[in-house]
Design a protein around this ligand. Structure first.
Ligand SMILES: [Zn+2]
Length: 410
């Protein structure tokens, strides 16, 4: 299959780096008209095109990066439904599912997820994997094999999502040691109500373990509508007390939305100072949190992305669950995510910071070789749409082609 080609397209201006930009035509929605050529999978030419009467009828994006998913439980909703649709019920159904979980089932769900993700336009995914003492020990070898199997099409990262107690057990310590060879990430949950003294102790233990094996941490933190910021405050205090530098991602950080703007900015500055990255997960937050049976409330705790960006926090937007007890919808489709997340969070697609949280921050978070900017010398890893404006992108009959290293994926 050919991995060379050329095309005239529209690209969001903030997602391309272009020489001779003086003659670049950029429309009201911030799409630039460009000519792109690639040879042997690498972009060899990127230049402005003159628009006489018509502009390109295709829009090009870099392939997407999913910062937060759970493919070990994807597509379990029918077998393990949660019709109460709240956090507590999701957790209890999730624990029921563990009782009959096998490595084979997890791998089947993972492959189904990965194939969809590649077809829909993702180039990298971080997935959390539920991790507990009674689990099949071999699961991690199988998951690392899967990572290799897909590596030419998609970069895969794993977070072992365990209770913080787990990282203080011999099983937990062994797994951390294994991860120091396989590049796994330590995960945990820090959601109130909790016993503060106990949580302080467990957060310290987890940080020290990560530091010992030079691992990253990714926490489900403050995914709640009570005790705003209780988890992040303990995390920041503990980092200061231990005077430790562990790369940390805070997934969710929803409850801090209830703090006032000044408090959020102050907290944001501390988060940025410690170089902690944040993932906003609007879909599950809007679905699960602050749900009331008999009344509709518009109060939805979700990471306050604009205030955090203003404090210079690197914020990504992720999808979270797909068709499981935590969220019954979704399909590993980045366009499903963006067409919901933008109106939910009042993010404009023509704003640089919006696209940054969808393309550039996620690439930094996963430490990918390519930062996601389309430029000469970058991989021809694209999603090309039959579209001329944002309204076409947020439509239900989107036609797309995915290019992986310059070759059409089919
Ligand atoms: Zn999650």
């Amino acid at each position: 299959m050919s991995n060379s080609g050329k095309i005239e397209v529209l690209i969001p201006r903030s997602l391309c780096e272009i020489e001779n930009a003086d003659s670049l035509n950029v429309d009201d929605e911030d799409f630039a008209s460009v000519f792109v050529a690639w040879e042997k999978g690498i972009v060899s030419e990127l230049k402005p095109i003159k628009i006489q009467n018509k502009k390109p009828k295709k829009i090009l994006f870099p392939r997407f990066v999913e910062t937060h998913s759970h493919f070990d439980k994807s597509f379990t909703f029918r077998e393990f439904p949660n019709f109460k649709s709240n956090y507590q019920e999701a957790l209890s159904v999730n624990l029921e599912e563990h009782k009959i979980r096998t490595t084979k089932k997890v791998l089947e769900r993972a492959e189904k997820s990965l194939n969809l993700a590649i077809k829909n336009g993702y180039r990298a995914i971080r997935s959390h994997i539920d991790t507990y003492e009674s689990q099949d020990n071999n699961i991690w070898n199988e998951l690392f094999n899967l990572q290799k199997k897909y590596s030419s099409k998609l970069k895969l990262q794993y977070v072992a999502l365990a209770s913080l107690e787990f990282w203080d057990t011999s099983h937990g310590k062994e797994l951390a040691k294994k991860f120091s060879r396989g590049n796994g990430i330590l995960g945990g949950v820090l959601v109130p109500p909790f016993n503060k003294a106990k949580i302080r102790y467990l957060v310290s233990k987890t940080l020290l373990l990560a530091d010992k094996y030079k691992l990253e941490i990714d926490l489900h933190i403050d995914e709640s509508n009570i005790e705003p910021g209780a988890g992040i405050k303990i995390l920041l205090e503990t980092i200061d007390r231990l005077d430790i530098k562990v790369p940390i991602t805070c997934s969710h950080l929803s409850s801090i939305l209830s703090l006032n703007d000044n408090e959020i900015l102050k907290l944001g500055r501390k988060i940025a100072e410690k170089n902690i990255k944040v993932i906003a997960l609007p879909l599950t937050n809007f679905w699960l949190l602050n749900r009331k049976d008999k009344s509709t409330s518009l109060h939805r705790p979700v990471a306050p992305i604009k205030q955090l960006q203003k404090s210079l926090v690197d914020v990504s937007i992720g999808s979270d669950n797909v068709q499981d007890p935590w969220y019954p919808f979704g399909n590993y489709d980045p366009f499903y995510l963006i067409s919901l997340a933008m109106p939910m969070l009042q993010l404009s697609p023509w704003d640089r910071l919006t696209l940054s949280s969808l393309f550039l921050s996620p690439s930094r978070l996963l430490k990918l070789n390519w930062d996601g900017l389309v430029k000469k010398g970058c991989p021809a890893d694209f999603v090309i749409l039959d579209a001329e404006k944002w309204a076409d992108i947020f439509s239900t009959n989107l036609k797309r082609e995915v290019l992986i290293n310059g070759a059409l994926y089919s």
